[in-house]
Design a protein around this ligand. Structure first.
Ligand SMILES: Nc1nc2c(ncn2[C@@H]2O[C@H](COP(=O)(O)OP(=O)(O)OP(=O)(O)O)[C@@H](O)[C@H]2O)c(=O)[nH]1
Ligand SMILES: [Mg+2]
Length: 297
């Protein structure tokens, strides 16, 4: 008999949800960076082990944002929680519990959604007993199904999450082919890999105003080469200058780093062309947000 379980990854921005998704799936499908608000849409990671199919849904982190894009991101995060069999609520154990954590955990408990609290980044704690007060408080205040301390970076505790997810799985058909590990189209995966490099290599001022679309992705007939052409959108001429860099040095660095990851992921040589264009204030323009694929409609 086959089984399946849907789990939504929820939590504050930077808690490590996307790192955890990649660790659970064993493939890098979600962008990770030290900058807040890295994830913008929901990303599904799929893992089929024997009879059970695990579907993990990564969501944009909770934050206080003012743009329309932020509003969409928060709606995506909130809607995703109610769609799943359980929520994996991710907390960074090196930070104090945030008011947004408390609100969200309470709302999950009130809605009787099964909650597994993941206390992440334990590799950063010298003294593990330091997290005891946090664990006790979480247990007392929210009565979750389980609390699991993990390190998404070192994969410590990942097995425990899988075991707990297995307990929740219900008899059901598999909703995805057993060999599939994400529902993201290849063009979206590629644009996210490029956006991740931009987030990592650029200063704080620019990254939030960036969107990347892959316009073309095709394999040559005569050789093993994948041509990818991408457009990087930013909000200001001055940002365009920063992205391109002196004599094109920054865009070259970004392209090279993205190309390496694309080649590893798609297992083929890649010819990557990146163009930079300015679209002012796109994060407040509904039509543009939609054209970048950042809404669910
Ligand atoms: N030391 C350590 N760092 C971690 C761990 N998990 C994530 N990080 C780091 O934390 C930062 C944020 O990780 P992400 O996975 O992008 O966080 P996120 O929750 O998806 O963030 P948003 O997409 O903005 O909501 C990155 O720099 C990660 O490398 C961990 O277990 N240990
Ligand atoms: Mg993320």
């Amino acid at each position: 008999m086959t089984k399946s379980v849907f789990l939504t990854l929820s939590g504050r921005t930077n808690a490590g949800k996307s790192t955890l998704l990649n660790a659970l799936i064993g493939e890098k499908i979600a962008s990770v960076s030290s900058k807040p608000q890295t994830t913008r849409t929901r990303i599904t990671g799929i893992l089929t082990k024997n009879e059970t199919q695990f579907v993990f849904i990564d969501t944009p982190g909770l934050h206080h944002g003012k743009t329309r894009l932020s509003t969409h991101m928060m709606k995506t995060a909130e809607d995703s929680a109610s769609d799943a069999d359980a929520v994996l609520y991710v907390i960074d154990c090196t930070k104090k519990l945030h008011e947004q954590d408390e609100k969200m955990l309470k709302s999950i408990a009130d809605r009787k959604i099964q909650c597994i609290i993941i206390v992440n980044k334990i590799d950063l704690l010298q003294d593990k007993s330091k997290m005891m007060p946090l664990l006790l408080r979480l247990e007392n205040d929210y009565h979750p199904y389980a609390i699991i301390p993990v390190s998404a970076s070192t994969k410590d505790g990942i097995d425990e999450i899988m075991k707990t997810a297995e307990e929740i799985a219900q008899p059901s058909v598999h909703f995805f082919p057993d060999d599939k590990f994400t529902d993201q189209p290849e063009k979206v995966l590629a644009s996210e890999m490029i956006r991740e490099k931009l987030l990592r290599l650029l200063d704080d001022e620019v990254p939030h105003g960036i969107a990347v679309t892959v316009e073309k992705m095709s394999e040559r007939d005569d050789k093993d080469l994948l041509d990818i052409s991408a457009v990087i959108y930013c909000e200001r001429e001055s940002h365009k200058g920063i992205i391109i860099g002196k004599n094109g040095s920054m865009i070259k660095k970004i392209s090279t780093s993205a190309r390496h990851e694309l080649e590893e992921f798609f297992q083929i040589q890649v010819n990557l062309q990146c163009f930079v264009k300015v679209k002012e204030d796109w994060r407040n323009k509904e039509g543009l947000i939609r054209s970048f694929g950042l809404t669910e409609e």
